[in-house]
Write a protein that binds this ligand. Structure first.
Ligand code: BTN
Length: 338
C-alpha cells in the first residue's frame, strides 16, 4: 500500500475518536474494539500520528488524549474535511518527494484514477516551467492533480487556465483579498511578486489525451528568509501578504473543492466562462511590458488573451499573438526606473 493511502483510513478513524472526546481520555481498548483491531495496532497508529506531529498524551490505564494538531496535510486530516466528489479522494501524502509531478506520472502510468492527488510537505527537486527548478521548502503547498478528460490534445492548455482561475479564486475568497492576480499564462502574483505557479504535463496520442498532471505550487507559510537570494525580490508568500501564518489545511481543502467545481464547469460549458474569469484576475492587462518568447524578447502593451489562451501583445501598433512565453515583470521595473 503506498504511503499515505491505506494508513490514512485507520489513522483518520483514531483521530476522529480522539477529536470527538475532546478533553477526555479514550482507552486503547475502546479504540481497538471500535475499529476491530488489536491494541498493539492502535498503539502503532498512535505512534505514527505522533511521528507526523500530532501531540498525543498517553496515560497507562487511562488511554490517549489529543493535545495539539499540526498544520500538516495528512491523509487523516484531508479525509476528515474533504467535500469533493473525486478530487483528493485518492490521496498520496509524503513528508518529502523529489517532485509530486514525477510521482503522479508514475501513478498515472499505473492506472491511477482521475482526481488522484499527490502532495509532499517539501520537494527536493521541485520542477517549474521552462525547465526551471521550483523551490519547495516546508510551509508551502506542493501538490499534483491527475485529470483524464476525453478531449483532443489541442485543448489541454485550457486546463492550466482552469487551475489558475481556481487558485486565484480560492486565495481571494479564503483571505478576503483582491490583490492576488494572474500573470499570463499561469503565475499567481501579488505586488509583482510570484506567490504560486502551475506546471501542467500532458501524456497524449495524436487524437486523444491519456492524462494530464497539473502540478501546483503555492508559497503559503514560506518565510521571506526561506527564499534563496536569487528569489528574494521575485517571490512572496501568502503569509507575508496577509501578515499572518495561514491554515494550509483549510486553504487546500477549499482549493480542491474549487478546482473540482471549475473542472466540471469546463467539461460542461467549455473554455468560455473560465477565460472570462481568468481575464478578471489578469494582473497586467494594458501594461507596457517585456515578453520573452521562444524566438526572442518583445516589448509591447498587453492587449488581451484570445480564445486559445494566447497572449495578444501590441508591438508598435501591430498585434502579435504569443502562444508560449513569459511576461518579464523585472524588465518593467528597470524600465520604470529609467
Ligand atoms: C512555475 O514555474 O511557475 C510552475 C511551478 C510548479 C510547481 C509545482 S509544486 C508541485 C508540482 N511538483 C513540481 O515538481 N512542480 C509542481
Amino acid at each position: 500500500m503506498p504511503p499515505g493511502k491505506g494508513d490514512g483510513r485507520m489513522q483518520y478513524k483514531i483521530l476522529e475518536m480522539l477529536k470527538k472526546s475532546a478533553h477526555a481520555y479514550v482507552s486503547g481498548g475502546d479504540i481497538a474494539r471500535n475499529l476491530s483491531v488489536s491494541r498493539t495496532a492502535v498503539w502503532k497508529h498512535i505512534h505514527a500520528l505522533e511521528d507526523l506531529g500530532y501531540k498525543i498524551r498517553s496515560i497507562p490505564g487511562k488511554g490517549y488524549r489529543l493535545m495539539t494538531v499540526p498544520d500538516l496535510l495528512t491523509p487523516a486530516e484531508i479525509q476528515a474535511g474533504l467535500t469533493t466528489k473525486s478530487f483528493g479522494r485518492d490521496y498520496y501524502y509524503f513528508q518529502e518527494l523529489a517532485s509530486t509531478n514525477e510521482k503522479l506520472k508514475e501513478l498515472a502510468r499505473d492506472r491511477a484514477v482521475e482526481g488522484t492527488v499527490v502532495l509532499a510537505e517539501k520537494q527536493s527537486a521541485g520542477r517549474g516551467r521552462l525547465g526551471r527548478s521550483w523551490h519547495s521548502p516546508l510551509g508551502g503547498l506542493w501538490f499534483s492533480l491527475l485529470l483524464r478528460p476525453a478531449i483532443l490534445p489541442l485543448r489541454a492548455p485550457e486546463l492550466t487556465f482552469v487551475a489558475a482561475v481556481a487558485l486565484a479564486e480560492t486565495i481571494r475568497t479564503f483571505l478576503n483579498v483582491d490583490s492576488i492576480g494572474i500573470k499570463w499564462p499561469n503565475d499567481l502574483v501579488w505586488q509583482d511578486k510570484k506567490v504560486g505557479g502551475i506546471l501542467t504535463e500532458l501524456n497524449a496520442e495524436m487524437d486523444r489525451v491519456n492524462y494530464l498532471v497539473i502540478g501546483m505550487g503555492l508559497n503559503v507559510n514560506v518565510l521571506p528568509e526561506d527564499f534563496p537570494e536569487e528569489l528574494s525580490h521575485k517571490a512572496a508568500s501568502l503569509a507575508e501578504m496577509s501578515a499572518a501564518s495561514l491554515s494550509r489545511l483549510g486553504l487546500f481543502l477549499e482549493l480542491l473543492q474549487v478546482l473540482e467545481k471549475r473542472y466540471y464547469q469546463w467539461l460542461k460549458e467549455g473554455f468560455g466562462p473560465i477565460l472570462m474569469d481568468w481575464k478578471r484576475y489578469d494582473a497586467y492587462r494594458n501594461k507596457q511590458l517585456m515578453v520573452s518568447t521562444p524566438t526572442g524578447k518583445l516589448w509591447g502593451r498587453i492587449v488581451d488573451v484570445d480564445e486559445q489562451g494566447s497572449l495578444l501583445l501590441d508591438v508598435g501598433g501591430q498585434i502579435q499573438k504569443i502562444m508560449s512565453g513569459e511576461i518579464m515583470v523585472e524588465e518593467k521595473m528597470e524600465e520604470r526606473g529609467r
